[in-house]
Write a new protein. Sequence first.
Length: 132
Amino acid sequence: MLKILLVDDDAGSLRGLALALKMLKHSCDAFCNPLDAWESFKNVSYDVVLTDICMPGLNGIQLGNRIKQLRSDACILYMSGQLSGTVAEKLLNKGKPVCLIRKPIEFNELRAVLNRTIIQDNAEGVKNGSRV
C-alpha cells in the first residue's frame, strides 16, 4: 500500500481518482489547492505524489520542483488532459525520467503505473541496501 499525495484542481477528477486509489488499496490525501498540498507534503511522508499539471496559481510542474527541492528522491507522477509537446518538453528538460499520464486516466493504467512505481522503489531500495 502506498501513501499518495493527490493534487487536482478539478474536484470531480479528484474524487474519482481518490476513489480509484482506495479501490487499489492505497491511501491518499487529496487536495484541490496545490498550496495546501505543498503544506501537507512538508509535514507528511508520502510514497508518491500524483499531480495535475495545469492548475491555477501553483501549477503541477512548480509544485514538483518545490517537492524535489525538499526531498530529491520524491516520486512524482504528472497527469494532464493537455499533454502538448511543450509541457512534456518542460518536464523532460529537467534531466530526470518523468512519468506523464494522460487524463482521463483509465483504472487499469493507474494500477499499472502504480505497480511499476512500487517495483522501481523496491529495486532501488535493494540496490541501496535499505530493503531486504
